[in-house]
Design a binder for this molecule. Structure first.
Ligand code: GLN
Ligand code: ZN
Length: 762
């Protein structure tokens, strides 16, 4: 008998109930009792959805973040949050977001730093360590949820499986604030974990899932040793431990992982299929192997027959020792496909969200235990959907495949090297020293957003919508002219989101209505779904940009999102490599670039905001990713004449490991986020002798603060110590869409004055 279980369920709710409950609590409109009631209802619903599984996760629910929950369980808050008055919930939200309730919290503090959870788009609150960090066990949340699960959700004794983050991963995710070695805290942490496990066993837990996803990354000898230390200590405790690894392969950690003294091991068989045979061979014969056979990171239906083809021999070998599960927690996929009534029927039948993945799991379990015949009908239905996707002309477009096959290196190369191009562009564009520009978007006012909504809902005609957008563009252009900026933008009023805008116009993309995935706290994103070969039936931006250009004699910068960013912020195909989808996107956006150029647009910016975040978990795989990512950018950008100036923008400030690839993109100008780093990040550009132009941001658009002329002049002087002035631009850190005009106008006035002062002094 193979068992089936789940590692975690999305907590936000099919209709984002948790988001709305949190936001109304924070706004002071509802009480903590209301919030707790919504949370309990959600947990109960989720357990109910999962109650036919052999083991059901408990403690995977969180009001904000599972890492912060673990910090609370370990009695570990940042120093600045300790000893402040208020309930436990107040403390919790203070660490999460700086304050507990809007405006009513006298004790607001700096929020905990947030960072990406491995290679997902989920962000966790980073635990902060110092030499005097002390832990104290606070098992209340877990014990409460365990008894709730037993009492309200009708789970059998032992069916509830508490989920915790393992001690080694917990330390690895934390940040040392004073240079303390995080691993030095392990000895202190382990007795708490032991006590916690004992209490969970006391409360009826037979299995505890202990998540150690860092086992799919490259670990130094010290961190490997920490695993030995930790699990040789914890083996003395009663509940059986399922050590859960996910998000990748184990590689040189495989032997270590197989031999750790735990009762069971979970591995990601979606990303690590090739390792399964070795693991089956290596795993000591008393251990459970939980195989993550259903993709917890993507939204495609599982090919059940194909999965059974490789699972059945393992089941035959392992018998009762085989468990089957999704590859990782289902936190990273939307909740329920049944709400998607507007999705194209063809495409809908190819998809599975969390609830559907649990049904697939059920079917796999039945087939393994009773034979495929027991689910013959479901298998046939699944096969039909899989075949339909495989053969669909909506997925496969021979012309696109042919175009990708015909890509040559020449496609990605400019005609002449940067110095020659730069001279031609200089003559053509006649820009002053320290040219000023912005990153693309201007404030998205309530009127603009309303117009877009009305148009989408059909209550505003296309003609009326167009004139409202043109009015917004004209307003942005007039403002920029009045400010005296050198290179103007149209302002992006027509764009709800820099990826969705393009996805909506590309063939091969579709959108869900409720496909929300938690990004952090109450914040959710709804990634577009890239399902088929990508083509661009019509120009996507040319009308707006040429309209904007028609209003002014100043150069107008065309604004596009790059292929890597579009890819990284979407659910993508699993039937071809990411690099292949990226090349298709590159060809489509390249056409847009060429159309813009043909329409007389001399400067084109291609945003690659998400290039860095696409880096694989393992450093050994970085170069391969960077190679195809840079290649895709070059294909997109470099078909233009030498007089056309290509810009790119990246809104982050870590270029240390990727500077070589950034240079290979060969954009004429790159604008980056720098204002908060005091220009020190330009050191890496200087040391690398980065050859092209750079616009280091001088205006932090993440705050309402208005920088002074002096501040910006000083920043640019620091920049000029590192990069020759002839190659510097003056611009903000990122787009201005989240700001108000009342902030933007004075800030940009100062920025233009700063540029004049710099020119005068040059
Ligand atoms: N052009 C986009 C904007 O200005 C860039 C946004 C981004 O980099 N995240 O909004
Ligand atoms: Zn940006």
């Amino acid at each position: 008998m193979a068992l089936i279980h789940n590692l975690g369920f999305p907590r936000i709710g099919a209709q984002r109930e948790l988001k709305f409950a949190l936001e109304s609590f924070w706004a002071g409109r509802t009480t903590d009792t209301d919030l707790e009631a919504t949370a309990l209802t959600l947990r109960q619903q989720h357990w109910l959805t999962q109650h036919t599984l052999d083991l059901v996760p408990v403690g995977d629910f969180s009001l904000y973040d599972q890492v912060l929950d673990m910090s609370i369980t370990l009695g570990h808050l940042p120093k600045r949050a300790q000893g402040l008055p208020g309930s436990e919930l107040d403390q919790y939200f203070r660490v999460a977001r700086g304050r507990s309730v809007q405006g009513q919290d006298q004790h607001s503090i700096q929020a905990g730093e947030m960072t990406k959870w491995f290679d997902t788009n989920y962000h966790y609150i980073v635990p902060e360590m110092t030499a005097d960090t002390r832990f104290t066990l606070n098992p209340t949340r877990l014990l409460n949820q365990l008894s709730e699960a037993q009492a309200h959700a009708d789970l059998q004794p032992g069916q509830a499986k508490p989920v915790i983050i393992g001690p080694v991963t917990y330390l690895w995710l934390s940040k040392s604030k004073d240079g303390t070695d995080r691993l030095a805290l392990l000895d202190q942490l382990l007795p708490l974990y032991s006590a916690l496990l004992e209490q969970l066993a006391e409360a009826g837990a037979q299995w505890v899932q202990i998540d150690e996803p860092i086992l799919t990354t490259e670990l130094s000898a010290e961190w490997k040793q920490a695993f030995e230390t930790a699990y040789h200590t914890l083996k003395a405790n009663r509940p059986q431990l399922l050590l859960a690894t996910y998000f990748g392969t184990l590689q040189d950690n495989l032997q270590l992982v197989c031999n750790l003294p735990v009762a069971g091991l979970h591995v990601d068989a979606v990303r690590g299929r090739d390792e399964i045979t070795r693991i089956v061979d290596w795993l000591p014969s008393h251990k459970i192997l939980s195989v993550g056979a259903i993709d917890g990171r993507n939204i495609w239906k599982t090919d059940l027959n194909a999965t059974l083809d490789w699972l059945e021999p393992i089941a035959a070998k392992l018998g009762e020792r085989l468990w089957v599960a999704p590859s990782c927690s289902l936190l990273h996929v939307p909740v329920d496909l049944t709400s998607e009534t507007a999705l194209d029927q063809d495409i809908r039948q190819w998809l599975a969200f969390a609830c559907q993945k649990l049904e697939e799991l059920q079917l796999l379990g039945q087939a393994l235990n009773q034979g495929r015949d027991a689910i013959a009908e479901a298998l046939a239905e699944n096969q039909a959907a899989i075949d339909s996707r495989r053969q669909s002309p909506r997925v496969h477009n021979p012309a696109v495949k042919q175009a990708v096959a015909e890509i040559t290196p020449a496609l990605g190369a400019r005609q002449q090297a940067y110095p020659e191009r730069a001279a031609q562009q200089g003559e053509h564009l006649k820009l002053p020293l320290y040219p000023t520009t912005t990153i693309g978007s201007f404030p998205q006012t309530a009127d603009i957003r309303q117009a877009r909504r009305d148009y989408k809902q059909g209550t505003l005609s296309k003609a009326d919508y167009t004139s409202l957008m043109q009015a917004a563009i004209e307003h942005a252009v007039r403002e920029q002219e009045a400010l005296g900026l050198d290179v103007l933008v149209h302002g992006e009023a027509e764009r709800n989101d820099m990826v969705e805008y393009f996805g909506e116009q590309l063939e091969g993309y579709t959108f869900s209505q409720f496909g929300w995935v938690q990004s952090y706290g109450s914040r959710c994103v709804k990634p577009p779904i890239l399902f088929g070969d990508i083509s661009r039936p019509n120009a996507m931006t040319v009308d707006w940009i040429t309209y904007a250009q028609s209003l002014t004699d100043k150069p107008m910068k065309g604004m596009l999102t790059g292929p890597v960013t579009i890819l990284n912020w979407s659910f993508v195909r699993d039937d071809q490599p990411r690099s292949e989808s990226c090349r298709q996107l590159a060809l489509a956006i390249r056409q847009e670039v060429l159309d813009l150029e043909a329409a007389g647009v001399n400067i084109i910016q291609i945003d690659e905001a998400a290039l860095r975040e696409g880096l694989p978990l393992r450093q050994s795989e970085w170069q391969q990713y960077l190679d195809w990512a840079v290649d895709a950018f070059r294909i997109t950008a470099n078909g233009v004449r030498d007089t056309t100036q290509i810009h790119t923008h990246m809104c982050y400030s870590e270029f240390n490991d990727i500077i070589e690839s950034i240079a290979q993109m060969d954009a004429d100008v790159i604008t980056i986020e720098t204002s908060r780093s005091d220009m020190e990040l330009l050191d890496v550009f200087k040391d690398f002798a980065y050859p092209n132009e750079i616009g280091p941001g001088v205006y932090d658009i993440h705050t309402p603060n208005i920088p002074s002329v002096e501040q910006m002049v000083q920043l640019m002087q620091k920049a000029a110590e590192r990069i020759p002035a002839e190659r510097l631009w003056v611009n903000p850190d990122c787009g201005l869409k989240t700001r108000q005009w009342a902030e933007v106008t004075p800030a940009l006035t100062h920025m233009v004055q700063a540029a004049s002062a710099l020119r005068a002094a040059a």
